[in-house]
Design a protein around this ligand. Structure first.
Ligand SMILES: Nc1ncnc2c1ncn2[C@@H]1O[C@H](COP(=O)(O)OP(=O)(O)OP(=O)(O)O)[C@@H](O)[C@H]1O
Length: 227
């Protein structure tokens, strides 16, 4: 589903990621942990196409569904992102001037798909009956539910989540992660979640640790940031 092939990224000659390689499979829910500043968000941004990797002649560092991202022009990359990816990023906030239903329907509209599934997804995330509310009328946990519904509504093959439970209380965080897990399994998507929380990571199929040595699969008994 997603292949990283010697992916590197430097900012002003300062290397952040060095030759990362990994294969992510469809249907897998994977978390990525690692020390602050090691490059976790940078990695998600690169996969999302929001940032550009260091270029090496002849190398395709990011391949989504068999398509080399580096070979796409801006329009084609936008189309791929819109159709095949879903985002639960802090920066991709729910839009305040749209109702919850309109927010969730947005990826369907942008992809020219029927919008019926938006209501189904709001029901699935426990917000049935709140379709016509606006974001300022709901809690932070409910807002994350809307973000999850919106990220999954168009059945993306790849879901990218950056600290989706970062600002939620533990019970709400658990509920959100169970929901994410259930919806990912239902749609067969591959999901990659960056988190600092061991508790959140334990709810995923696989935990990868990002360090200066690259990506390594890990278990909870190895050293991880503790919360
Ligand atoms: N646009 C940018 N320009 C320059 N440096 C950047 C940029 N984005 C990130 N960096 C640097 O790259 C490094 C990795 O940052 P990144 O945010 O990916 O780390 P992280 O592992 O997600 O950290 P945290 O866990 O604290 O969120 C940091 O040293 C950061 O300062």
């Amino acid at each position: 589903m997603l292949e990283l092939n010697k992916l590197s990224k430097s900012y002003a000659e300062r290397p952040v990621l060095h030759e990362l390689s990994w294969t992510f499979k469809a249907g897998e829910f994977v978390s990525i942990m690692g020390d602050s500043g090691v490059g976790k968000s940078t990695l998600l941004n690169l996969i999302a196409g929001l940032d550009v990797p260091d270029s090496k002649p002849g190398l395709s560092p990011i391949i989504v569904d068999g398509i080399a991202m580096s070979g796409l022009d801006d329009d084609a990359a936008t189309r791929l992102r819109r159709a095949r990816m879903g985002f639960i990023f802090q920066a991709f906030h729910v839009l305040p001037h749209l109702t919850l239903l309109q927010n969730v329907a947005l990826p369907l509209l942008l992809n020219g798909m029927p919008t019926d599934r938006a209501k189904e997804m709001l029901d699935a995330v426990g917000l049935g009956g709140r379709e016509h509310d606006f974001p300022h009328q709901i809690s932070g946990g409910q807002m994350q539910r809307v973000a999850i519904a919106r990220a999954l509504v168009h059945r993306p093959a790849l879901v990218l989540a950056d600290e989706p439970t970062g600002n939620l209380d533990p019970d709400t965080a658990d509920a959100i992660l169970s929901l994410l897990q259930r919806e990912i399994k239902a749609t067969g998507a591959c999901a990659i979640m960056v988190t600092h929380s061991q508790h959140a990571a334990k709810m995923t199929d696989k935990i990868l640790l990002l360090s200066k040595d690259g990506l390594q699969e890990t278990t909870m008994s190895t050293r991880l940031s503790n919360n």
